[in-house]
Structures are given as structure tokens and as C-alpha cells.
Design a protein around this ligand. Structure first.
Ligand code: SF4
Length: 353
């Protein structure tokens, strides 16, 4: 099982640099090979709304590889059908990043394609993704209205032309997403879970998690992300299917997760509004870390439970007794408690159901 490197914080560039330096990501680039960075720029929006990869993630990747003498780096993406990729890249702040580091951005809607044989038949995949020496998958961990979640595997859908995107939807997404992941097998995945959307691919309800993680397996990245989202295995079946198709391994153990800092490194989250405020109306938060609070929000959303009982969360409850459900080791004095620091949304969801 591969290592999952995890870090908490608010600075996407700094967090990415630490993840890549600690994991020595530059060693994954073949001698003389190219690096293609594949963010999620599904729509024209800024990262704060929960849909697109923070430009600091791309900046951190470029700085890391350039510092290790790797010069042939590009950013590749195609937005969803109906949005213009170049408009999305400028809106998200990628124009400045590419200019600053002198790195080209390629709109894959204009790329030539290669027909690749997969377990579900041939899929046309953009040439720049196929030919990259190291394909670096930079997804946002967020909800999705059809597939419940989207992370590393589904982010690769930006590596196919629009006609294939339409066909994927006609095929029901599950099988083609799994087959595409197995065909591309990105060598490095850096997940932006700083403020991914709770339920929709196009953002609008960002939840401040202030967390990033990196590993070398897109299937493992998704399996771990599903746990962080509080979703059950059968709710996101394309992950196990990608494993069956040879895309990687779903296996991970808590001991595989290497924490580069504590969750308390990122305590700030915005005052809940809208859906998040409704979900957390019975939550008594006192100095909660953002990763802890976000895990609770995701679990409440995934289960649709929790409205009736008092829930306690945060460092302010340490050493005190509470009548209700405690979230995380700070609330060990509650009537019942989900252990962990932070606990995963999956563990909280188990307690809620
Ligand atoms: S258990 Fe306490 S210290 Fe740990 S993440 Fe939750 S609030 Fe922060």
C-alpha cells in the first residue's frame, strides 16, 4: 500500500511544496521526461467557491519541479461542455501563474486524440495527457450531483474531447470513469481539499476543510477521499471498478497516512451559512479545527441525520463533560464520542446512523 501524505493549512502553494518535497515527487519524472499538470477547471470560477483547483497548487507543483531541474512542464485541461477552457483558466488565476513561471497552458479541447483500448472498448484520449512523462492529477475533493463525489479519477474526464464527455454521460459515467482512470494511471495525485463543494461539481457551497494530500495512485486517492467525504463504498462504485480494470489499489490503512502537521494548524473556517448552517444547527462548536468541522458537515450531509441531538466539537471543550455526541478527541468527555484528530466523516457518519 502506498503512502498518503497529508497536510493541513490555508496556503495552497506552501502546502503543495511541502507535500512534494517530503515525498520527493521529482523522482517520479522519467529522465528527460515531461510533466503535465492536470487541475480541475471545470467551469470559469475562483477556487474559493469550491469547484476548481486553487492556482497555488499549480504554482507549488511548478516550483517544486523547476527547483529540481525539470524544465518541460505544462498545464493541461479542458473545461466541461459549454464552458471555455481559456476563460476558466484566466478566471481561476492560472494566467498569472503560467506567466510568472513561464509554463505553457494547453486547452485540450484543441488537442489531437489517441484511441486507447480499455475494458469497455476504445476511448479517445487527448494526446498531451497520454504522452506526458509524468501526468500529475490535481483534483478538488468535492461532491457531485450524479456520482456523489469527484476526485482523482473523475478529474481525468478533462483529458478527453467533448464528444467523449457526452458519450461518458450516455454510458452512465461509472464504467467509463473507471476505464479512463485505468488507461491514464496518473503517476502523482495532489488533492486540493481546502474548500471543496459539499454536493455539486460546479461549486457554490464550499466547506472549509483546509486539507491537502498526495499519493501515487488515483484509485487510492479516491478511496481515501471517499472516507473523508463520509460516503459508503457502494455510493461511489467507480472506485472499485477502476481497481478491477487495473487502475490502482483501493487499499489504505490509517498507518499509510503520514501527517505533516496537526489538524490544529488550520482552525479558521467561515461562519456557516445556507446549507451548512442548516446542517449544523444542533452543533456546539468551540475553537473547532476546520478539518474536524468539515468532516462533521460532510457526515451530516451524507447521512441526513443529526438534527435532533446535541453535537459538540472543538478544542474549547477539552477536559469538560457534555451531554450528547462529541466529535474528535477534544470531546472525549461527551456521553459518546467519535475518536480521532480529526475523525473522518465516515467514522462520524457511522455514529450518526
Ligand atoms: S479533535 Fe480537536 S484538535 Fe483534533 S481536529 Fe478536532 S478540534 Fe482539532
Amino acid at each position: 500500500m502506498g503512502t498518503i501524505w497529508q497536510i493541513h493549512g490555508n496556503d495552497a502553494r506552501e502546502m503543495t511544496l511541502r507535500l512534494l518535497e517530503t515525498s520527493e515527487a521529482w523522482r517520479l519524472v522519467p529522465v528527460g521526461g515531461t510533466v503535465a499538470l492536470k487541475p480541475n477547471l471545470v467551469i470559469a470560477d475562483t477556487a474559493e467557491n469550491g469547484a476548481v483547483t486553487h492556482p497555488g497548487v499549480v504554482a507549488g507543483c511548478i516550483e517544486h519541479f523547476q527547483a529540481h531541474g525539470i524544465r518541460s512542464i505544462s498545464v493541461i485541461e479542458s473545461s466541461w461542455i459549454g464552458d471555455r477552457t481559456m476563460s476558466a483558466m484566466r478566471t481561476a488565476g492560472y494566467g498569472d501563474v503560467c506567466d510568472r513561471y513561464d509554463v505553457p497552458f494547453f486547452d485540450l479541447k484543441r488537442d489531437r486524440t489517441v484511441s486507447v483500448q480499455t475494458p469497455i472498448g476504445s476511448i479517445d484520449i487527448c494526446r498531451r495527457a497520454i504522452e506526458a512523462g509524468l501526468l500529475v492529477d490535481l483534483p478538488v475533493l468535492k461532491g457531485h450531483c450524479q456520482t456523489r463525489m469527484t476526485c482523482a479519477l473523475k478529474n481525468l474526464k478533462g483529458c478527453i474531447p467533448d464528444r467523449e464527455k457526452r458519450r461518458f454521460h450516455a454510458l452512465g459515467l461509472t464504467k467509463p470513469i473507471a476505464a479512463l482512470g485505468a488507461a491514464l494511471r496518473p503517476g502523482l495525485v495532489v488533492v486540493d481539499s481546502i474548500c471543496g463543494d459539499l454536493s455539486f461539481e460546479e461549486g457554490g457551497t464550499p466547506v472549509q476543510t483546509n486539507l491537502m494530500y498526495a499519493c501515487t495512485d488515483a484509485v487510492q486517492a479516491d478511496a481515501y477521499g471517499r472516507t473523508l467525504m463520509g460516503l459508503a463504498q457502494d455510493e461511489v462504485p467507480y472506485i472499485e471498478l477502476a481497481e478491477r480494470y487495473g487502475g490502482g489499489s483501493t487499499a489504505w490503512l490509517p498507518s499509510d497516512v503520514v501527517l505533516l502537521n496537526e489538524a490544529s494548524a488550520a482552525t479558521h473556517y467561515p461562519q456557516p451559512t445556507g446549507t451548512v448552517a442548516r446542517l449544523t444547527r444542533s452543533v456546539h462548536a468551540d475553537q473547532a479545527c476546520s478539518a474536524c468541522f468539515a468532516a462533521l458537515v460532510r457526515a451530516l450531509y451524507a447521512t441526513g441525520r443529526g438534527g435532533g441531538q446535541d453535537i459538540y466539537i472543538g478544542q474549547g471543550w477539552r477536559g469538560k463533560q457534555q451531554v450528547g455526541l462529541g466529535i474528535g478527541r477534544c470531546c472525549a468527555g461527551a456521553t459518546s464520542c467519535v475518536s480521532g484528530c480529526p475523525p473522518t466523516a465516515e467514522a462520524i457518519a457511522r455514529e450518526l446512523t
